[in-house]
Design a protein around this ligand. Sequence first.
Ligand SMILES: *Cc1c(COP(=O)(O)O)cnc(C)c1O
Length: 499
Amino acid sequence: MRAVALAERDRLGRMITPKSAPRGSGRPDSPLELSADDFRAMVAHATEEIVRHVATLPTQTLHATGGGKALARSLRESLPEAGTDYAQLVTRLVRRVVPRSFNSASPGYLGYIPGGGLLHSAVADLIANAVNRYVGVWVAAPGLAQLESNVVRWFGELVGYGGDPAPGGLLTTGGSMSNLIAIVTARENLLGEDFSRGVIYVSDQAHHSVAKAARFAGFRRDQLAILPTDAEFRLDVGALAERIEADARAGRAPCLIVASAGTTNTGAIDDLPRLADLAARHALWLHVDAAYGGFFALTERGKRALIGLERADSIALDPHKSLFLPYGTGALVVRSAERLRRAHAMEASYLPPMQRDDDFIDFCDLGPELSRDFRGLRVWLPLKMHGAGVFRAALDEKLDLAARACEAVRAMPHVEIVAEPQLSLFAFRVGPTRGVTGKALDALNRRVQKRVNGRQRVFLTGTVLRGMFVLRVCVLSFRTHADRVEMFLEDLRGALASC
Ligand SMILES: *Cc1c(COP(=O)(O)O)cnc(C)c1O
């Protein structure tokens, strides 16, 4: 087996070594033009390495970042003048470098907000990059721009947007960029050029990317009003109403409410219907950060939990979270495509004319980017291949797994559920009933986390809520199934018995 692999590598090395003369259709004197055979061989070798890597994912360690600095130092180098054998580079990358990381593609990854990594999307990226078409401007690739528009339209329908006004949106690199584009859109539409008196409202559980986006959008720190949350970590709507009125009386310009539909800390979903009422009463923009929770709207339970989402002016979604796609895939959907375009459209004499039409979209008109990857294909391909039902079933499974895990954790001695699962995320802590308090209680929970993670079968992260350290479980990978949740419960029981 190994001998065959080595022989194959030798063959590939000889074939693709930069010194060898390329064959095939390309210009014969440029190694930058791969021959058809060399391209096939490169892809075949990468495919074998990926297949081997993915096949062993379930038994790989969950976090192997010890010696990270030494690893990073060992890889530092100046720009190479000479080339290196391709097969050797890829094999080393996949076998030596990739495993030394948080295994965010593992079925046992229950920390932070798990990512996905559908291989369908990896293939879509290969195709998109190989044909390398320009999708930032509609006229440059009308058919491809349409595929990406379809994806955005599907997302708009998914969150419940109607047809009047015509909704719109775009794919971004992630939730942070979606939140930024939303804040600029609200600012431009509601405040115009002088936004020095504008106020943005968020809860103390909002993702930090919102505060960062406000800063990028040119707001001062004192223009971000941070509101308290209730016992379920949801924005306190009463406190918000009072604050908006006080700000208006003081001559400030209330502008934007950023609600959360699934916070990163506990998965809390703000009271969207009441926030939509409040926003309507004061003519404010309501943006919902649904980067984690949004795609649960595919499921019946998710739809119920996310009621009111359709009343938001804009919504950030992260296909690289709850649609299982690879990192670098976010989305922003906006109730009114016209308001999004108004905030971002520009003219330039060297560009072709823009469509300025709700049916034919120039993506450069809707956000800060001009040239960009054809990220639409990465979303379109898996959705077209499988249909929405497969994603709905997978998300339903995550809801079931989180509910089951939470019930089993609740039944363990001396464990307190701090946040119930509203979707597929819950938070708990060990010890208050043992009479442990304060710093010792935090230390106990950190020990439990270390024990559980030390088994390398699941990966948990913690957070600090109102001054207390808690553990959290987020079930979101398409690779996580009931067997892995059992391993989590076993390892937690073991940790509780020994801490
Ligand atoms: C992950 C996340 C973000 C940030 O999104 P990125 O894709 O990491 O940029 C924002 N808000 C929430 C609620 C998130 O879970």
